[in-house]
Design a protein around this ligand. Structure first.
Ligand code: APR
Ligand code: ZN
Length: 246
């Protein structure tokens, strides 16, 4: 099997870069068995993510939304990080500064060992109080329905469609993106404008940009290189070519 890589000059540029950033989306977890949002399998009981991951859906039918998240959380718990996640975790000890911005809530980057991680859409293993905003990890033994502090209903700690990003988190992501010398855009359709704009910011500032995706996206025309294929196959080979082949 022919796994795409980059020309030697680009590999050398990455090897000598101090600030590297990766932005990931659902595609990186596809090989761990977690369906992407907009691909086949992105439905649950005939609902699309866009119909459930909203504050309106939660106000109308919190039990249905929780049922969906309980199902997805179980899927995430059974899944294992794949070589794509593991390569990104390993990268932190090779570049002077390596940051990972993920749209994924599945916790697989955390379990793979990534530390410099920004989970901009939240985490499926955390609840948030609808009143006092208290955050709490969900135990494997089961999930609470009401806040331990104020007894109000709990919701998933997920950024839903139509909700505002945390401004402090957002600002730190743009800062990371703007000082990146290399930006990797992995497994995202780039349909959500905020993470796509972080990648665009890095590109605008002159970062070497590489997209890893089996499909083309709205960012494909703007990047320096498109490595077409599965991230779990491309990333380990790519990393080897950069740091280990000499
Ligand atoms: N390796 C790399 N990329 C892959 C793979 C793979 N094995 N399989 C699929 N992909 C790519 C698809 O080609 C697609 O471009 O992953 C991308 C997945 O796109 P989406 O399903 O739109 O996921 P994402 O970009 O993460 O969606 C962003 O939308 O629903 C919201 O908040 C949710 O964080 C999510 C956001
Ligand atoms: Zn509370």
């Amino acid at each position: 099997m022919n796994i795409p890589s980059l020309p030697p000059a680009a590999l050398e540029k990455i090897r000598s870069s101090k600030n590297i950033t990766a932005i990931t989306g659902a595609g990186i977890s596809q090989e761990s068995g977690i369906p992407t949002f907009r691909g086949a399998g992105g439905f649950w009981k005939n609902y699309k993510a866009e119909e459930l991951a909203t504050p309106e859906a939660f106000s109308k039918n919190p039990n249905l939304v929780w049922e969906w998240y309980d199902w997805r959380r179980d899927l995430c718990l059974k899944a294992e990080p794949n070589p794509g996640h593991l390569t990104l975790a390993k990268w932190e000890s090779h570049a002077t500064s390596f940051h990972l911005i993920t749209q994924n809530v599945d916790g697989l980057h955390v379990r793979a060992g990534s530390k410099q991680l920004k989970q901009i859409h939240g985490n499926i293993f955390t609840t948030r109080c609808t009143k006092c905003e208290d955050l709490r990890p969900i135990e494997t033994s089961g999930r609470d329905s009401f806040c331990r502090k104020c007894d109000s209903p709990l919701r998933p700690h997920i950024l839903w469609f139509g909700e505002m990003y945390d401004t402090t988190l957002l600002q730190s992501c743009y800062e990371i993106a703007s000082r990146s010398e290399v930006i990797l855009i992995i497994g995202t359709s780039a349909n959500v404008s905020v993470p796509a704009s972080m990648a665009e910011e890095a590109i605008r500032r002159g970062a070497l940009s590489i997209e890893i995706n089996p499909e083309t996206t709205s960012l494909s025309g703007s990047v320096d290189y498109c490595l077409q294929g599965k991230s779990g196959e491309i990333l380990p080979k790519f990393f080897y070519d950069i740091y280990e082949s000499k």
